[in-house]
Write a protein that binds this ligand. Structure first.
Ligand code: HEC
Length: 99
């Protein structure tokens, strides 16, 4: 039930990009992705920086598929075993935003 609510919130967020990222996405980012993307470990693009610009230009679908399948030193699913494809997409949208 909680999961459904979170999913609905995530869908709502992707439909309305101006809405702040939901807590579940931020939590997943903190647990699974920030270890590498928070500081740019072994060539990982640093979250919330312009290092994402060229990558975002590849298109969101390409980024999502690279994150799911892994690329270079980026492990498949970013080690997030519980993430769905939509979760991965939400996290990328969150951390690829420049602050
Ligand atoms: C063990 C370190 C590590 C973890 C954990 C990690 N990443 Fe990465 N990630 C990388 C590295 C290194 C790259 C750069 C890969 C390259 O381009 O060679 C990368 C690149 C990416 C890219 C860009 C792919 C592209 O096509 O340019 C995306 C998107 C991404 N990561 C998403 C995530 C998400 C989402 C998570 C958490 C669920 C995550 N990563 C967790 C190391 C990590």
């Amino acid at each position: 039930m909680i999961k459904n609510t979170v999913l609905a919130a995530a869908l709502l967020c992707s439909a309305l990009p101006a809405v702040a990222t939901d807590d579940y996405t931020i939590e997943l980012y903190e647990i699974y992705c920030s270890a590498c993307h928070g500081v740019g470990v072994s060539g990982a693009p640093t979250a919330f920086s312009d290092e994402w610009r060229d990558r975002v230009n590849q298109g969101m679908d390409t980024l999502v598929s690279h994150a799911i399948n892994g690329i270079g030193n980026m492990p498949a699913m970013g080690t997030c075993v519980e993430c769905t494809e939509d979760d991965i997409r939400d996290i990328i949208q969150y951390m690829a935003k420049e602050k």
